[in-house]
Design a protein. Structure first.
Length: 179
């Protein structure tokens, strides 16, 4: 969990601005109740809805800053002795955009589309971070009474690092995997 602040403001009927900053708490198993980890996040997003009489759609532009100053062992494709010796902080900025659309199809239900993409820059310890990820997903909700299932298909791409001997870390890092 995180201790921090969260601000969200509706700017008109269809626009939202969100900001959050937090520092990781060590968790419920910490006996003193005030322990903290040297892990920080900073998040901002601008979201705009584009409703029409027949469709709902939303565009979001976002940025997420992640800092891990614990000097912990980094898991990457370098030799274990090299990765263990790297005690530099992780500082990564993730910037991206996503778009979602839901529209009805007469007599056959609703369909939706989600497109998401992000670019990462910063430092993975002593390595330069340059990574990216993208997602494309389609869904269909047939008009089945009482259960309303969504059937989905999609594809996810996330970059990886194939060269352990350069000064770059190109594996996309998911900073907040449980959110």
């Amino acid at each position: 969990s995180f201790d921090g602040v969260h601000f969200s403001e509706e700017l008109g009927r269809n626009t939202n601005l969100t900001f959050a900053a937090g520092r990781a708490a060590s968790g419920v198993w910490q006996a003193d109740g005030m322990g903290e980890l040297d892990v920080d996040i900073l998040y901002g997003a601008y979201t705009r809805e584009f409703p029409t009489p027949h469709t709902d759609s939303q565009l979001r532009v976002f940025g997420l800053g992640y800092h891990d100053g614990r000097g912990a062992l980094k898991v990457d494709n370098r030799a274990p002795s090299v990765a263990q010796a790297d005690r530099s902080n992780i500082r990564i900025g993730t910037f991206g955009v996503n778009y979602a659309l839901v529209t009805p199809l007469p007599y056959i239900g609703k369909w939706d589309l989600v497109v998401w993409g992000a670019q990462q820059i910063g430092h993975w310890g002593s390595l330069r971070q340059r990574a990216n990820s993208a997602l494309f997903e389609l869904g269909w909700r047939p008009p089945v009474p009482w259960i309303h299932p969504w059937l989905r298909a999609g594809a996810l791409y996330a970059s990886g690092d194939g060269n352990p001997n350069d000064d770059r870390h190109q594996t996309f890092f998911q900073p907040l995997p449980t959110m």
